[in-house]
Design a protein around this ligand. Structure first.
Ligand code: SF4
Length: 302
């Protein structure tokens, strides 16, 4: 009998569909030199990329003796929901291929139409929330002409999504940096009641500005230890070479903590996903560690 859960059979592919974002967080790692030819502008390229992604489970199973059966396409940015028409096209194509869908958003552009789109088509939606304090959000860069990030609106949108789809997984992502390391997000997390709260230590890919020490990071985790059952945390080593990430122009890319920036494969739509996969470092044990056990408990972190 196969006792594995859906999470354990699902291959998660993170596609950064756009670099564009209305915020400018100082530690943002979603930077690929503002390429003009983002795939989301080209329906044929989206379709080809999706066809190639569909081949990944069997390629990985052959290569690494993994046992993936399905795909969850995780849409990330930039800000994923800046352009609803483009997200609609991707959603349609993903559904045609029976991919599950999830996304990460800063929540700023959600309106009724997007809330309904998410509730009706996505299995999971993650909100990135680092601070409840407007002055900290301004320092982080979570602000635009129309104002600073509104975490009360994020709460209202989450509650609407849950109302429309009570079985959707709500996740919160928090990056701990020197700017928010002393903050207590407990009240917010209590209200959202997410299935998972991912807490990341700021990753020095683009800049070392606002780094935190391991002690500060652990202190942040300890302050929120009452949420230990939903927290998964990742330090820099765990985040390296363990995600399957595709950039806006359709290349696999990987972080390296040895240098700054990324290494890339050739564009998947110009070659094949099998060849592109050979051009990056991918560590299936780390990947499996993340999605198989799913939660790295507080005890394991300490
Ligand atoms: S909201 Fe996300 S994508 Fe936008 S600037 Fe901040 S970290 Fe980058």
């Amino acid at each position: 009998m196969d006792n594995r859960t859906k999470d354990q059979k699902e291959l998660v592919v993170n596609w950064h569909i756009t670099e564009a974002c209305n915020y400018h967080c100082n530690y943002c790692f979603a930077k690929w030199d503002k390429q003009k030819n983002e795939l989301i502008n080209d329906d044929k390229a989206i379709s080809k990329l999706m066809d190639e992604i569909q081949k990944l489970p069997s390629i990985l199973n052959d290569k690494y003796l993994t046992d993936f059966e399905s795909i969850r396409l995780n849409l990330v940015g930039g800000e994923t929901f800046l352009n609803i028409r483009k997200v609609l096209r991707i959603t349609h194509q993903a559904k045609q291929r029976q991919f599950s869908l999830s996304a990460i958003t800063n929540g700023s552009r959600l309106n009724n139409e997007l809330v309904t789109l998410i509730a009706s088509n996505f299995d999971s939606i993650g909100f990135s929330v680092d601070s409840l304090d407007s002055s900290t959000n301004i320092k982080i860069g979570r602000t635009e002409k129309t104002g600073v990030m509104d975490t009360d609106k994020v709460l209202r949108d989450i509650s609407l999504i849950k109302e429309l789809n009570p079985s959707i997984d709500i996740k919160i992502n928090t990056v701990v940096s020197s700017l928010n390391r002393l903050e207590d997000l407990s009240a917010f997390i209590d209200q959202v009641a997410p299935r998972k709260w991912k807490i990341f230590k700021v990753l020095p890919v683009i800049t070392r500005e606002n780094e935190v020490s391991q002690d500060d990071f652990i202190e942040f985790l300890e302050r929120h230890s009452s949420f230990g059952n939903i927290i998964s945390s990742e330090d820099n080593d765990e985040m390296t070479d363990s995600y399957l990430m595709i950039d806006p122009i359709g290349r696999f890319f990987q972080n390296s903590i040895l240098g700054s920036g990324y290494s890339y494969s050739a564009p998947i739509v110009d070659t094949s996903i099998k060849e592109a996969l050979n051009e990056i470092n991918f560590e299936p044990q780390k990947f499996h560690g993340r999605y198989k056990t799913n939660l790295i408990t507080m005890q394991e972190v300490f």
